[in-house]
Structures are given as structure tokens and as C-alpha cells.
Ligand binder design. Structure first.
Ligand SMILES: Nc1ncnc2c1ncn2[C@@H]1O[C@H](COP(=O)(O)OP(=O)(O)OP(=O)(O)O)[C@@H](O)[C@H]1O
Length: 252
């Protein structure tokens, strides 16, 4: 995934300014930065929730920046939103299935009239969702009400939902927010497994310690610009990064 020359303004104020980010296949990239740095704006421009007005976004050699979010999802950009809620009144399996429905093409008519194509598609979606749940360690939770899952498992369920779209790139916005230490560790292990499986991931995080432990490389945003990029060790030692965080979080 390559972001090149991307700028974005809200009401004339720059949220991002001439940002380049080049993520290699199979890489786990962390994007960190203080409040208001532009992290969520970058996430939304890549996922397609915000329209790219300046610059380009390329996935596997093809430009995607002019496409709506659902087309990008079909091309392999999976997203886990910040603070995303699970759907209450549904099982974990049904929650995961929503992610597969979002990228399958059977169409409304087939669904309404329950045509054979639709029934086949339902079976396929159910199978995909079960596989995704197994991949995030939730196979035994499939038929439980999703809202009964502990928060750590709910976060894993959101990852499963995104995996149902068979992404080649998974974007996650603050996936560890609000989790306790043991839940964070479990999530970190899940990310390591997904990375070992070859998935490319971009993880936006406030918790610098959490991502720098996992990331191959770290991109640091501050006031809409990339102020540093490198290995976790190099980033921790970078004076510009320490200054941006006033020396607090990064040294933790
Ligand atoms: N919808 C919007 N309308 C106006 N300004 C916005 C909007 N979204 C973001 N901004 C502004 O753009 C800048 C970047 O915001 P963004 O949410 O991308 O930062 P962030 O790094 O994700 O911050 P945080 O860590 O607090 O979530 C901030 O100055 C913010 O106030």
C-alpha cells in the first residue's frame, strides 16, 4: 500500500499535509502521533470513508483513491474502526457474517427472493465467518450472543468481521483502546499470528508501547506531517519524536 502526496483540509485547516507512507506487503506498520496529528484522517482517506482530494492511494499496484469505500473493501482493504461496536442481539458468528456480506456480490434481488444463488452464497458466507472466528481464536464463541463476550474478545470479533472480507491490507484504528493488560497481550499475539500468515497491517495507536513492540516500522505524524519513520528502536531514539510527545509516552 502506498500513500503519496496526500493532503487533506477541514474547513481550510490542514489535517494532513503532503503525506507519503509506503507499506511493504506483509509488513506491520504502526502509525503513531499525538492528539490531532491526523492519524484518523489518514485511516479514513485510505479506507475511503473520506474522499481523497489531493494525492494518491495505491493498493497492489492499482490506484484506489477515486473509489468508494465498498469498492476498496472488495479490492482488499479491510477496516476496523476506532471504538467500533459489535451488533447486539446477534451471535458472534452473525456479527462476523456481516463482514462477508459487505463484500459479496449476490445482490439485493437474490437475497429478497432467496434465490438458489443467494442460498449458496449464505452457506459460503457462514463458512467464511466460521473460518475467520477460528483465526482470531473465537471458534468456541461462535453461537454466543456477541454482547456477552468480554471486551478483548469483542475486539477480536471486530478483527474477524474485517477478515471475512479477505483483506490483503487490514487497517486498524486504536484497536487496543480501553483494553486491560492481559487483553492487550492477547490482541498483540493475534496480530503476530496474522502477520505470520502474511497479512499486511497498518495499526494506528495511541498506546506507543503496544505498537512499537509489534511493528516492523513506525510512521510518526505530528500536526499533519510525517516527522519520522523507521524501526521502533530508531523511532524511540528520535529527538523529534520525543519532542512531539514531550518525552513522556515514547520513553515509557
Ligand atoms: N470532521 C472534521 N471536521 C473538522 N476538523 C476535523 C475533522 N476531523 C478531524 N479534524 C481535525 O483534523 C486534525 C486531525 O484530526 P485526526 O482525528 O485525524 O487526528 P488523530 O491523530 O486521529 O487524533 P486523535 O489521536 O485525537 O484521534 C485535527 O486538528 C482535527 O481537529
Amino acid at each position: 500500500m502506498r500513500v503519496a502526496g496526500v493532503s487533506h483540509t477541514f474547513g481550510g485547516v490542514y489535517a494532513l499535509r503532503d503525506v507519503d507512507v509506503d507499506v511493504a506487503p506483509g509488513e506491520l506498520r504502526a502509525v503513531i502521533g499525538p492528539n490531532g496529528a491526523g492519524k484518523s484522517t489518514l485511516f479514513n482517506l485510505v479506507g475511503g470513508q473520506l474522499a481523497v482530494r489531493t494525492g494518491t492511494v495505491v493498493l497492489a499496484g492499482a490506484r484506489v483513491d477515486r473509489l468508494p469505500a465498498h469498492r476498496r473493501a472488495r479490492l482488499g482493504i479491510g477496516v476496523v474502526f476506532q471504538g467500533a461496536r459489535i451488533f447486539g442481539g446477534m451471535t458472534a458468528l452473525e456479527n462476523a457474517m456481516v463482514g462477508a456480506h459487505a463484500v459479496t456480490g449476490g445482490g439485493f434481488t437474490a437475497a429478497v427472493f432467496r434465490l438458489p444463488t443467494h442460498r449458496r452464497e449464505e452457506r459460503e458466507i457462514r463458512r467464511t465467518a466460521r473460518e475467520a472466528l477460528a483465526r482470531v481464536g473465537l471458534a468456541d464463541w461462535a453461537d454466543r450472543p456477541a454482547e456477552s463476550l468480554p471486551l478483548g474478545q469483542q475486539r477480536a470479533l471486530q478483527v474477524a468481521r474485517a477478515l471475512c472480507g479477505r483483506p490483503r491490507l487490514l487497517l486498524l484504528d486504536e484497536p487496543a483502546a480501553g483494553l486491560r493488560a492481559a487483553e492487550r497481550d492477547a490482541l498483540a499475539r493475534l496480530f503476530e499470528e496474522l502477520k505470520a500468515g502474511g497479512l499486511t497491517m497498518v495499526v494506528i495507536e495511541h498506546d506507543v508501547a503496544f505498537v512499537t513492540r509489534l511493528a516492523d516500522r513506525v510512521t510518526v505524524l505530528d500536526l499533519g506531517r510525517v516527522i519520522a519513520e523507521g524501526t521502533p528502536a530508531a523511532i524511540r531514539a528520535d529527538p523529534a519524536v520525543v519532542a512531539a510527545y514531550l518525552g513522556s509516552e515514547v520513553s515509557a
